[in-house]
Ligand binder design. Sequence first.
Ligand code: ARG
Length: 460
Amino acid sequence: PIKKMWGGRFEAAGDQLVDTFGASIGFDQAMAKEDIMGSLAHVKMLKATKILSAADADQIIAGLEKLADRLEKEGLPFTVENEDIHMNIETLLTEEIGPVAGKLHTARSRNDQVATDLHLYVKKRLPKIVDLLTKLQTALVDKAAANVKTVMPGYTHMQHAQPISYGHYLLAYFQMFQRDVERFQFNMKHTDISPLGAAALAGTTFPIDRELSASLLGFAAPYANSLDAVSDRDFALEFLSNASILMVHLSRLCEELIYWCSYEFGYIELADQYATGSSIMPQKKNPDMAELIRGKTGRIFGDLTGLLTVMKGLPLAYNKDMQEDKEGIFDAVKTIVPSLQVMTGMIRTLHVNKKKMEHATHNDFSNATELADYLATKGVPFRQAHEIVGELVLKGLKTGANLADIPLEQYQQINPQITADVYEVLKPHVAIARRHSLGGTGFDQVKEQIAAARKIIEKN
Ligand code: ARG
């Protein structure tokens, strides 16, 4: 076993199994770039404050830049012996520039270093996720614009409720994803803070300039409290919680896509690229991608639950438990990015069976509310109107007649004020068109929602 960077006070050589168990390089190498950036800012600050001589600092800067270049071009050789990304980078730096590399860790600890890396990692990915969300929103709005007048049954309890516009349905998801955008944007506030210079937990005796290293890294400000700086993972929890809520939305949408491309519904057909066949049943076209996104929701909830549980009992300040904070974050990024991309393509390319959707509203009683409302406008108290229509539905279910099939004279026996215009009111597209209330499914309202949505997308 090689000599540990922190090995001074130890006598015995390490145990290989224990060293491997404790090492994080297997996953924290995903933050290699962030680690080098953090070190560059730190050494530039050490130079500006004259804690290090310009000559030493410049050697370290040149060495770090060389490593950044190598990382970009061919990757860097990391080893488990060097435990984590921080000590791996420092070892490689020593190989590049010799013992002067040892001065880099002046006025710093791995505790503020790792927190800085993770902040940088999340900070960089937030705008990318907002951008992908916006692309999905655009796909939904475009699809809605092409389907303002597409009539479908609206459901409650998975039972036909009232007819709605398919465009209106799509815009409901637009709104959910807009709240996701806003949550990820807010996530930036608690991510855009620099832990660097908090050192191990208590700050340092060196005359460091935390504002400078923060601004060199593009952070809005340094953390106000050094204990908080090294032990706060709220920004990571917020990220995972935002990712979880986002996956709830994607998963609900998937659930409907899966139902709707089934034989029983037939409302939509997925483009071939977003579906898969069966190795035994030649006729199959399966919505695997929607199922996979729905399934991946579970791992994101796991990532969130995992980190919440890691953090819940931790005393201040740093504890090694916190090494477990990273994999969930990396996994969440790796999961939500392609989930958003696949969903965007799936929405853009899906075929809408407009006839089938509308047909489903003709042989049902989803116009029952229209009839009750109609009676109410003729002076029948709504409760009574509800009862009357309920009885008509019951009868219709037994005889196979829809409300539109009931002859006018029968209607007039119920209430002499009913006239032929009742049949107009019972038409599904009329039921939709008349819902002018703000945010309702009325075609005019849907058009306004689309215009508003396009403006929101521009601002994201
Ligand atoms: N690999 C460690 C982590 O991910 C880095 C910080 C280690 N600090 C320490 N005092 N052991 O959390």
